[in-house]
Design a protein around this ligand. Structure first.
Ligand SMILES: C[S@@+](CC[C@H](N)C(=O)[O-])C[C@H]1O[C@@H](n2cnc3c(N)ncnc32)[C@H](O)[C@@H]1O
Length: 326
C-alpha cells in the first residue's frame, strides 16, 4: 500500500486492488462450468467513462431518479444523519451524489471515497476537496469487498460514521453477498453509526429490459469493454464481432442479468490459457438485483441496521434508505 497526502486531499491510500487479482479472477471465471466475470472489472478508465454516459441516458432511469430523490429530500436526510458526520462512500465513481449530501449536512467532518478506478477516484475527490476545504476528504483506491481500516478524521476524532452506498451498487451482489457486505459496513460504522443506501425497486419488466438495452448501445459497449480490457491487459484474443450483448430481467431471481453471448463455436486464449465456447454459450458479467422496500429493510435488519426510513420517487422506481446501526 502507498499513501500520504495528494494535493488538496487529506489522504490518498492506494491498496493497488488489482495487482495480480485481475488475471487470477478472469482465468477462474472463464474456467467455471458456467462462465462468468466479476463486474468490478468493468471500471477501467474507459469503463468509468462509459458508466458516466449510461447515467445520462433516457432509458437508464436509476441515476436521475436517485438524484431527484436526493435533491428533493436532502434536508430531511441531513437531519436524519445529524451533525459532524464522517461519510464513507463505497464505489464513489463521480462522487456527484456525495457533493449534494455534503452541501446539505451540518458541519460534515470527513468524507472517505473508496473506489477501484484510480484515475476517476482521484479526479472526483480532488475536485470535491477544492469545493469543501473545511471537510477532510480522503481517497482510498481499494476493493470495498475486502476489510479496510479507516482511521478517524484528524480534527474531529469522535465524528459519527455513516456508510453511503448509492447507485444501487448493492444490487451487483447476491443477497448472501449483500448481507455479508452490510455486516462489514455495520462493523465499520460502529454502534450508533448510520447507512444511507440507494436500492433499485422491483418494477415493470419492460422498463428494466429497456434500461439495460439502451437504443444507443452504450450499455452494450460497457459490457464489451471487459473483453477489450482482457485483450489489452491479459493478452486475450476475444473477437468482439463474435459475441453479442444480452441483458434481461429474471423474475425467478429478481435480478437483471447481463451476459456476453458467443455467436459461434470458437476458441479464445487469455494469458496463454485456451477457453472453448459453444455457439449460444454466455459469459455472465453482471447481476443487478431489485428489491421491494420491505424486502430490503428485512435484509438490512439481518446486519443490525434498524430504524429504516425510505424516500422514493412518485413512480416508486427507486428507494433511498437510511438506517441506524444497532
Ligand atoms: C455503479 S457505479 C456507482 C457510482 C456512484 N456511486 C453512483 O451512484 O453513481 C459503481 C462504482 O463502484 C466502483 N466499484 C465497483 N466494484 C467495486 C469494488 N469491489 N471495490 C471498489 N470499487 C468498486 C466502480 O469503479 C464504480 O465507480
Amino acid at each position: 500500500m502507498t499513501g500520504g497526502e495528494r494535493g488538496p486531499l487529506a489522504a490518498f491510500r492506494d491498496y493497488e486492488p488489482e495487482v495480480g487479482r485481475f488475471e487470477q479472477d478472469v482465468l477462474a471465471g472463464l474456467a467455471g462450468a458456467a462462465k462468468s466475470l466479476p463486474c468490478k472489472y468493468f471500471y477501467d478508465r474507459r469503463g468509468s467513462q462509459l458508466f458516466e454516459r449510461i447515467c445520462t441516458l433516457d432509458a437508464y432511469y436509476p441515476t436521475r431518479t436517485e438524484m431527484g430523490i436526493l435533491r428533493a429530500h436532502v434536508p430531511a436526510i441531513a437531519r436524519r444523519i445529524g451533525p459532524d458526520a464522517h461519510i464513507i462512500e463505497y464505489g464513489s465513481g463521480s462522487a456527484a451524489k456525495a457533493r449534494i449530501l455534503l452541501a446539505a449536512l451540518e458541519r460534515p467532518a470527513a468524507y472517505v471515497a473508496i473506489d477501484m478506478a484510480r484515475d476517476h477516484l482521484l479526479a472526483a475527490t480532488t475536485a470535491l476537496a477544492r469545493e469543501f476545504p473545511e471537510v477532510e476528504i480522503a481517497a482510498y483506491c481499494a476493493d470495498y469487498s475486502a476489510p479496510l481500516e479507516i482511521p478517524a478524521p484528524r480534527r474531529r476524532r469522535l465524528a459519527r460514521r455513516v456508510g453511503f452506498f448509492p447507485g444501487s451498487t448493492i444490487g451487483n451482489l447476491t443477497p448472501e453477498e449483500a448481507k455479508a457486505f452490510l455486516v462489514g459496513v455495520r462493523r465499520q460504522v460502529g454502534v450508533g453509526g448510520g447507512l444511507l443506501i440507494g436500492v433499485d425497486l422491483k418494477k415493470d419488466t419492460r422498463l428494466l429490459d429497456l434500461a439495460y438495452n439502451d437504443p444507443d448501445g452504450v450499455t452494450a459497449a460497457f459490457n464489451f469493454n471487459i473483453l477489450v480490457r482482457i485483450n489489452r491487459e491479459l493478452a486475450g484474443t476475444f473477437d468482439l464481432a463474435r459475441f453479442a450483448h444480452y441483458a434481461f430481467y429474471s423474475a425467478e431471481h429478481g435480478r437483471v442479468e447481463m451476459h456476453l453471448v458467443s455467436l459461434t463455436d470458437q476458441d479464445v486464449r487469455v494469458a496463454g490459457t485456451r477457453f472453448a465456447f459453444r455457439a449460444g454459450e454466455t459469459i455472465h458479467t453482471e447481476n443487478s438485483y431489485k428489491y421491494g422496500i420491505d424486502e430490503f429493510q428485512a435484509l438490512a435488519g439481518t446486519a443490525d441496521f434498524v430504524e429504516g426510513t425510505v424516500w422514493t420517487d412518485e413512480h416508486r422506481l427507486f428507494g433511498l434508505h437510511h438506517f441506524v446501526a444497532a
